[in-house]
Design a binder for this molecule. Structure first.
Ligand code: IMP
Ligand code: MG
Length: 178
């Protein structure tokens, strides 16, 4: 499909599924070379990263663990005012090589908070894999270890990413039409 409509918005094809799969194979090849021999736990960030995590993991050739987490909004007292608490860690992360698996990094606020909270479990190291990165909006110093596609600062859906909860099931990525 070249064009889709989700609720009130029109989207056009952006990255076809076969290109996404090729890129994931490239990331997996790199991980298979880099992380072999490490005790690795992948931590997928729900909901958006479920498809990327699934396609990535089936291409990993060493023994690996995976768990999924959510970032729950809550009102707490912190320096930043509003923070999102990581929930769902049920794997031992201490002394493990943790690979956070994200769908997209936009401003970087989410991944920064993830890294901070995962670091609290005293892993050996924390690595970041994100299918997508919007470099124009990214304001943080942390350099993600594995990036699929660097994209312009436009809103995208499909392949796990949603607009108002819709579009996550699409095998291709679509971009909002203006
Ligand atoms: P950040 O904290 O600004 O880096 O935003 C990251 C989160 O915002 C992602 O995990 C997504 O849930 C959401 N997000 C950012 N850009 C998009 C997009 O283009 N489409 C769908 N969700 C997005
Ligand atoms: Mg996400």
């Amino acid at each position: 499909m070249q064009h889709i409509t989700l609720l009130d918005k029109k989207f056009r094809i952006f990255i076809p599924g076969d290109e996404i799969q090729e890129e994931i194979q490239r990331i997996a090849d790199q991980m298979n070379a880099d992380l072999e021999g490490e005790e690795v736990v992948f931590v997928g960030v729900l909901n958006g990263a479920f498809m990327f995590a699934s396609d990535l993991l089936r291409r990993i050739r060493f023994d690996v663990r995976i768990t999924f987490v959510k970032l729950a909004s809550y009102q707490g007292i912190s320096s930043s005012g509003r923070v999102k608490k990581l929930i769902g860690i049920n794997e031992v992360l201490q002394d493990k090589t943790v690979v956070i698996v994200e769908d997209i990094i936009d401003t970087g606020n989410t991944i920064e908070s993830m890294i901070e909270q995962v670091s609290g479990f005293k892993p050996k190291s924390v690595k970041v894999a994100s299918l997508l990165l919007k470099p124009d909006l990214y304001t943080k110093d942390i350099r993600p270890d594995y990036i699929g596609f660097r994209i312009p600062p436009h809103f995208v859906v499909g392949y796990g990413l949603d607009y108002m909860g819709l579009g996550r099931n699409l095998p291709d990525l679509y971009v909002l039409e203006d």
